[in-house]
Design a protein around this ligand. Structure first.
Ligand code: NAG
Length: 290
């Protein structure tokens, strides 16, 4: 059975199972689908472009699902005065940073260690959930904007909000999450706006490589990022460019001109019929719906 409509997308942000869809299948039955189980056989609209979850099972299928951007703090994405402004490259204190909790994750712990070895190049303090080692919202963005490159290592899943935030403080995101998938890959050339580095090569070599990139090249990437970041923003419908626009493009690409299946037949005159030669347009549901 194929999906007929994706009706409502409910995004409950900040929760791992953040997306639930109401779909209607071809029997007209509403289905509540949580796409975080690998039994999901529908076109799923996922915030977490993620091939693997905690248990290393796939929650995302490249061939049918759609990834949507993470929801960045409104204070950074709105028009007009922002929470903070990006700094000119010359005024940034660090080459790179990672500002997140380690959560016992290998890549993150590695970065925190690396920052202890190269404290003037890499800012990666050991942050906590609460207390003095937690950054407030404003503080967080103030730190984030203070490096040329913002490192985005894998966490619980391959997904990382930091990637999207980078575009609003204008640092170049460096993806250190091999399985991560990103939205709108039919439209965006990610090599122009980010770097993806193998996560098993987190170490001094990464910092050397980043230091070898000229400011001119960095500015070019930041500039490309400025052009596409409107696609990360859940803006009102009146906006020409927004995340919703990107999602509509992706959904449109899923629409086929012609729908074939093992139970679909067609005649000389364009009539599409079922096995009983009944035209689909005349087909009635066998049982009345409640
Ligand atoms: C096409 O042909 C079939 C069989 O002759 C007929 O039942 C059907 O009504 C026709 N459809 C149209 C759209 O003319």
């Amino acid at each position: 059975m194929s999906i007929v409509f994706l009706l409502i997308i409910l995004a409950l942000h900040g929760v791992r199972c953040g997306l639930v869809l109401w779909c209607m299948d071809s029997d007209g039955v509403f289905m509540l689908v949580s796409c975080l189980t690998n039994e999901c056989r529908f076109v799923c609209v996922l915030e977490q472009g993620d091939r693997t979850d905690k248990r290393d099972t796939s929650a995302f299928n490249t061939w049918k699902d759609i990834i949507i951007p993470g929801n960045v703090d409104d204070g950074m994405t709105k028009h007009g005065p922002k929470l903070i402004q990006p700094l000119p490259l010359s005024r940034r204190k660090y080459l790179a940073n990672y500002l997140g909790r380690a959560q016992g994750k290998a890549g993150r712990l590695h970065l925190i260690e690396l920052a202890k070895q190269y404290p003037d190049k890499l800012e990666s303090p050991e942050l906590k959930f609460k207390g003095p080692d937690k950054l407030g919202r404003l503080e967080y963005f103030q730190h984030l904007r203070n490096a040329k490159f913002c490192l985005a290592p894998r966490g619980e899943s391959s997904w990382t909000l930091r990637f999207y935030e980078s575009y609003f403080v204008e640092c170049v995101p460096v993806i250190l999450s091999d399985e991560a998938e990103f939205p709108f890959q039919n439209v965006i050339d990610y090599s122009q706006i980010s770097i993806k580095w193998p996560s098993n090569r987190i170490g001094p070599q990464l910092l050397e490589y980043l230091a070898s990139i000229s400011d001119e090249d960095i500015e070019r990437m930041i500039d490309h990022g400025r052009q596409v970041r409107c696609l990360w923003v859940y803006a009102p419908e009146s906006e020409q460019c927004s995340a919703m626009q990107g999602i509509i493009w992706e959904l449109q690409r899923k629409v086929r001109q012609f729908h074939q299946s093992a139970e679909t037949f067609w005649l000389h005159n364009g009539s599409v019929v079922n096995r009983d030669l009944v035209e689909f347009t005349n087909w009635k549901h066998p049982l009345p719906l409640p």
